[in-house]
Design a binder for this molecule. Sequence first.
Ligand code: BTN
Length: 329
Amino acid sequence: MKNKILEFLYKKQDYVSGEDISRRMGISRQALWKYMHELRDLGYDITAVPHLGYRLVSSPDRLFPFEISVGLKTRILAKKIFYYETLPSTMDVAMELGLKGVPEGTIVLTESQTKGKGRLGREWHSPKYKGIYVSLVLRPDILPRETSVLTLVAAVGVCEAIKEVTGVSPQIKWPNDILINNRKLGGILTELNAEMDKVFFAVIGIGINVNNDNRSLCDGAVSLKEHIGERQNRTRILRQVLFSIEENYLSFKRQGSLLIMDKWRLFSSTLGRRVRVVCRKAGVKETDRAGRLFLEGEAVDIDIDGGLLIRLDTGILEKVTSGDVEYCR
Ligand code: BTN
């Protein structure tokens, strides 16, 4: 009900009489009064003036589920939202919920993480009320080797959403770093519950630096606020991210990965560049000064499984499926 009342107040942007709201919502004046109290307790500034009614003055910067649901145009994503002030990591909760059989599209959302996980065992810095930290439970009917496409789906969805809401077009560094001017804005982490030939469910974790100040950002990272120069509305961005990911996910389910790959190529900052991929791959023998194995060459394309194709100086085409890309120039 709170989301319906908010939606109504958002649309009106002016005073609305209590009688009018109660009638529209189909609730008593007393029930409305109780909901208004609850909303104020959550930080909504709602004025009440005799003979005029209620007016929403401002909303708190929180990702409350009922706020996310206002005007959310998805069909499967975020129909069920698990929301927390703080968590070690949304990934673990989403994996547990996946095992318990929650429906596809369930999301786990938090305002901060104490043990946010990044790729390759790294930490994802997740300060309170600054970013978007969300994990999605998906149940696609695909093989485990096809799941890297889900990461591409999420990366494309995040880029499209950010572009739609802010006008800024981020880039994707293979496999799933979201960048602005070569600094990290966000990332995607995919975890699976699967057997050799069956995926039971996948959890797609998305982290985006939205309102972080320079001092709350790690080296080499950027936030939308720092890039654009003003605070951004996290709720709006999250709603659009969910919508765009769902559009791409449904398109992938309907017609496979070709369209997603084309969109990914358009956002890619990796293709066409000389890259060094630090990776563990059979046959790779070269090591850098730190003793890490790597392949070096031109990143020419991604393949149907989301692997990166590199043309080595010998002319041989190599495919890497995981690793870290460094740009050589
Ligand atoms: C990366 O680029 O290394 C991936 C970062 C993924 C971070 C998100 S934040 C929400 C979800 N929960 C986590 O612990 N990690 C992912």
